[in-house]
Design a protein around this ligand. Structure first.
Ligand code: CTP
Ligand code: MG
Length: 553
């Protein structure tokens, strides 16, 4: 081995973005597995966090000899798991069975010598492996795990090969969902960041929240992180030693001011010392102050927040809803994908509907089925045990953590039916006067005149879609109506045709989004006036049915 002169160096530079490929390895998702074994959300997160602390990220040559690589690293301890991926260069995530191996590995690293420059001697767990000279190539190449989603045309092709809309929606989830490896990498990036923030707050934890953990994350989505200092507050409250931090401890005018000052310092530190962290922006004036940056070696866009416990709780809530019935995730993935393709959602902040809002809208819709597919948030609170009690800044965020306590009603609707009815439901929803409330599972009178009012599940005086303007809401409604209509057209249910059918037909650029319609056979045949008349007729009928169904539910 020594003839390869392995040398591990802390990496000071990385490369950005990840490669796209249609092929996604079939991996068992441990989140789903853990949920089946009825582990709580917190237990799953803790397990992942602990694994990440025993892991390293290594940049390595792409023609690496996997066996030799593993043999070499095994000198530092037993390896539990590892995988390779490409992100403008090959990387390996290696999970050891013990944290001591990390210390041993770090011990053996050297700081790279850079000409005309000097390196900051920060020993992180982002390393690079040097292979001077070429090595023999008659060894198998390692498998590289894909970290980005396939393109829409690849997805459309894949869906067209399925036999039913239900199969299409299941396939869509399997194609887009975060893989086991991708989730590990996300936790590892949080853990690497924690090492930096730990310079100031040794007891801090950086936890992922949002779509990384709520079970609705799509490959390529951002990593939302929380700098969690609660442990420090909790332990310092327990000790009654007579010593306190009071004397000349720094204070801020408000919690928000303290959060801003902590994040600005951590942001600076990430910028100056964080290997692979580039494009650091402090966005401290936002309602929820944050530090945004790109982590090049993973290709992730990261948003670091602090003092944001309610958001973690809403991630837990969505996770819980996602675990209750497989149809929830299939419907959410489909609606999110549909919305993204038609630019209803966007990666740029603005007056658009967000994925978070869309997910809550799907939950609300599923609470309205007859019988309901999902329980109300009030019901989840009633089922909570004493240890589930959770009050954050005066907001009661209590929800049951033991999924087995929740009994569901028998509802056998197919995904096809649910998708169709979702579009009809929101195509006809009285947005002008009603708000969406998943706590009650019922429409409520809108407390303000914003275009779209979706009550924040835990901070009940807030509207999660306050940013949405009337134009964006109208686009959403128009697209729902059009999609409801398209799903009723026989030609779109014809699997033997060459054009996209079923759900794939809904991903073709639409009239409502202002894009071309040339791929639609029906559109080519009929004049615009007749299309619009058909659409209106179909809505009149369907609108009546929807109201009737809701009344009887
Ligand atoms: N959040 C919130 N209120 C909002 C927006 C966001 O409480 N008005 C919380 C939610 O818990 C959400 C998380 O912040 O899940 C992250 O927000 P965002 O990144 O916008 O949504 P994701 O669910 O992560 O979806 P995406 O895949 O678009 O990142
Ligand atoms: Mg997010």
């Amino acid at each position: 081995l020594d003839r390869f002169c392995f040398g591990l160096e802390p990496q000071t530079q990385g490369r950005f973005t990840s490669t796209a490929s249609a092929v996604k390895a079939q991996t068992e998702n441990t989140t789903a597995k853990a949920a089946k074994e009825s582990k709580t959300f917190q237990a799953i997160q803790e397990e992942r966090r602990e694994q990440a602390e025993r892991s390293v990220l290594i940049s390595c040559p792409s023609k690496i000899n996997e066996n030799k690589f593993l043999d070499y690293l095994s000198k530092h301890g037993t390896i539990n798991n590892h995988f390779f991926y490409n992100s403008y260069g090959a990387y390996a995530v290696v999970e050891f069975s013990s944290r001591e191996s990390i210390a041993s590995l770090k011990e053996s690293t050297n700081i790279p010598a850079v000409e005309h420059e000097a390196a900051v001697p920060f020993k992180s767990r982002l390393l690079s492996l040097k292979w001077p000279g070429s090595q023999s190539s008659n060894h198998p190449m390692p498998k590289f795990k894909v970290q980005s989603p396939p393109s829409i045309s690849e997805i459309s092709q894949l869906l067209s090969e399925k036999n039913s809309i239900d199969e299409q929606l299941q396939c869509l989830t399997e194609t887009l969902e975060l893989t086991e490896e991708n989730v590990s990498l996300r936790f590892l990036v949080c853990s690497l960041l924690r090492d930096i923030a730990g310079a100031y707050f040794p007891e801090c934890i950086i936890r992922p929240f949002g779509s990384t953990v709520n079970s609705f994350g799509k490959l390529g989505c951002d990593v939302d992180m929380i700098l969690d200092l609660d442990g420090i507050y909790a332990t310092s409250q327990k000790k009654g030693s007579g010593l306190s931090l009071e004397y000349q401890v720094k204070r801020g005018a408000s919690e928000r001011a303290v959060t801003q000052s902590i994040l600005s310092v951590i942001g600076k530190c990430v910028d100056q010392f964080g290997p692979g962290c580039v494009g650091v922006q402090n966005i401290l004036q936002a309602r929820c102050p944050l530090v945004r940056f790109s982590h090049q070696p993973s290709g992730f866009q990261c948003d670091l927040t602090a003092n944001n416990r309610v958001a973690m709780k809403s991630s837990e809530l969505l996770f819980l809803y996602g675990q209750l019935d497989p149809r929830v995730r299939h419907l959410v993935f489909s609606v999110r994908c549909w919305a993204r393709v038609h630019s209803i959602t966007s990666s740029i902040p603005g007056a658009w509907i967000t994925n978070f809002s869309l997910t809550v809208m799907v939950v609300f819709f599923l609470q309205q089925r007859g019988p309901p597919i999902l329980p109300t948030l009030d019901r989840l609170k009633e089922l909570a045990g004493p240890s589930d009690k959770c009050v954050i800044e005066g907001n009661d965020c209590t929800i049951v953590s033991d999924l087995s306590k929740i009994t569901l009603q028998q509802n056998t609707d197919t995904l096809e039916k649910l998708l169709q009815e979702f579009f009809e439901f929101y195509g006809n929803f009285p947005f002008n006067k009603a708000s969406i409330n998943i706590r009650k599972g019922k429409e409520q009178t809108k407390p303000e005149t914003t275009a779209l009012y979706i009550q924040n599940p835990f901070e009940t005086t807030l509207n999660i879609s306050k940013n949405v303007n009337a134009t964006q809401l109208e686009r959403f409604v128009a697209l729902c109506r059009e999609s409801a209509w398209l799903l009723q057209q026989k030609e779109n249910l014809n699997q033997s045709s060459d054009s996209p059918w079923g759900f794939a037909a809904l991903l073709v650029p639409s009239v409502s989004s202002g894009a071309g319609v040339k791929n639609r056979r029906k559109r080519k045949l009929e004049p615009a006036s007749s299309r619009i008349k058909n659409l209106l007729d179909s809505l009149k009928i369907k609108g009546g049915e929807t109201v009737a169904k809701k009344g009887s539910a």
